[in-house]
Write a protein that binds this ligand. Sequence first.
Ligand code: FRU
Length: 468
Amino acid sequence: MPREDWPRPLLHGTPPRGFMNDPNGLVYHQGRYHFFYQHNPQAPVWGHMSWGHAVGRSLLDWEDQPVALPEQPDHMVFSGSAVVDKANAAGFGAGALVAIYTAHYRDDREAQCLAYSLDGGQQWAFYEENPVLVDPERPHVRDPQVFWYAPGNYWVMAVARADERQVAFYASDNLRRWALLSTFGPAGCWQASPHWECPALLELPVEGTDRTHWLLKVDVDRGAPMGGSGAQYFTGHFDGTHFVPDDPPETVRWAEAGPDFYAAQAFNHMPDRRCVWLGWMNNWRYANVLPTAPWRGMLTIPRELSLKETSGRYDLVQRPCRECYEQMLPAERLPIRRPFPLPAAGLMRLRIAAGGRGAFRCHFFTGTTSGVVLGYDAEHRRLFLDRRAAGQTDFSPAFPGLFQASLPHDVPSELELEILFDRYSLEVFVPEARLVLSALVFPKPGDCAGQIIADRLLISTELYRLEA
Ligand code: FRU
């Protein structure tokens, strides 16, 4: 019998009921982080798309709010972003929160629209003169990412021309009238992917310097190396008009080595200089049939972004946001070989000798016959995550899997793995190897042991439990 009472994760955003996909409108405003998201409030499958809403005093609080932008009679409310209009450029009111989203009309056409809130995100009004941006030649243009481009004194929008597999850039000084700046693509992964979605153009710090460099992430709905949907990125320079990539057009780079990362977007108007993004921890191959109830779909942990430059090549580095550690109890050492009880959520930090000989395995969510294995094979310098025997896997043939990533050659001899675990997920960060591997897992009730089996490679272990 299907269980109807799946407790929600402790550190990850989920809808109270119904379906969730992309994060939307991530923005910091008056001391609070707003998390909006693609939401079907009526059923735990995709449909009736609306913007669900949660707020937090920190990046890891999640306080459910009423639906912010409900489905409209003539359109669904698809993905988009939110900005704070401090100078009242749009004329809705000084300090208005303005959402720029894609209307998906009943006849399948799409256009960009505005909605605004004058009370800090509680009540919303749709702009009377919507849509504000229509492309008469292209029915499927969606997922506007809007941010303030200070050097030019205007707003920039990056939006996906989904069928063309291009990103178009527009500028506006009032959020209502948009002028085309340039386009990018097709490039990278496009032939294997019918659609590009959810672009994000981000200016990121270059590690160890006081410089910045640009990254353009754009998702593919099919054709990612782990199967199904995924996030590719390009690094380059944005001069206010054009995005000029560093690499030749056929170069393909992926933000993740795991199967479950999509539709990421970064917070607008962060109170500090960090660039923090989070994604939908899911894959369109099985998103509609995950076993949880009465809610379905969850977000990743917020991640701090930077670029690491090695001989002219820039790699994306993601780290769990530092607030993760602030939520945890002081570190404990872990036993080796002997099973130990795994808390419902926490962070494990392991130091390994990446260049040594041997292997290590770390088992999570283990029961008598099930478990997830995260391992490192030193001979092949490969990190792997095996969820083939992880509790429930039979809801989709695309779900069980073994995911692997090779370490780049220029990593230090000692590496740190930060493994964030929560109900139904593992996120493995290896910042020095520019690797992240995120995967959903659905342990059976009672599958709650951990065990580390290591042969020489392990230097130290730390477990941080989530504060009760
Ligand atoms: C990506 C996506 C977006 C669209 C939204 C609809 O997951 O397909 O392109 O705006 O989901 O829910």
